[in-house]
Design a protein around this ligand. Structure first.
Ligand code: FES
Length: 161
């Protein structure tokens, strides 16, 4: 299986449209919660835009974030298909489990919870994305497992386990 990065998908979508850099950066931030530098580099390369121009846009608009708001950014899709399949209940479960609201991060900055519009895999609705990993047909009962999976992963990354 070949995995195409989000930045590559976004670059392919916007490459030929003039003046679309801001839209491309928005799309990355919508999914990841911020614009990582590696994505900015990739966009520069694949959209044929100088990196300096991307840096200018990212620092000019306050809206763009350059740092991760949490180590794991949970994006709950609130597009029509996901909404109709009950993603509002999944969102509520994340809020309850993490004790935070939409757009907030846990005090230890381990998790950040946000809502995003359609992430392009409506066939798997309801969908959540955590740091780029897509979870399809999610039910409120899956929320605790998803959080445990990421707690373990983040601990491993930090060498806690
Ligand atoms: S509406 Fe959620 S993936 Fe399309």
């Amino acid at each position: 299986m070949t995995e195409v990065s989000l930045a590559s998908q976004v670059a392919a979508k916007w490459r030929k449209k003039r003046g679309s850099l801001i839209m491309a950066l928005h799309e990355i931030q919508d999914v990841k919660g911020y614009v990582p530098w590696e994505d900015a580099y990739q966009l520069a390369e694949e959209m044929g835009v100088p990196l300096a121009r991307i840096y200018e846009v990212l620092t000019f608009y306050n809206f763009f974030k350059l740092d991760a708001p949490g180590k794991a950014v949970i994006s709950v899709c609130t597009g029509t298909a996901c909404y109709l399949k009950g993603n509002d209940k999944v969102l509520e479960e994340f809020k309850k489990e993490l004790n935070i609201g939409e757009g907030e991060s846990t005090p230890d900055r381990m998790f950040h919870l946000q809502c995003v519009r359609c992430v392009g895999c409506c066939g798997l609705a309801p969908v959540c994305v955590v740091n780029g990993k897509t979870y399809g047909r999610v039910s409120p009962n899956d929320v605790r497992n998803i959080l445990d999976e990421w707690r373990n992963k983040l601990d491993e990354d930090e060498g806690v386990k």
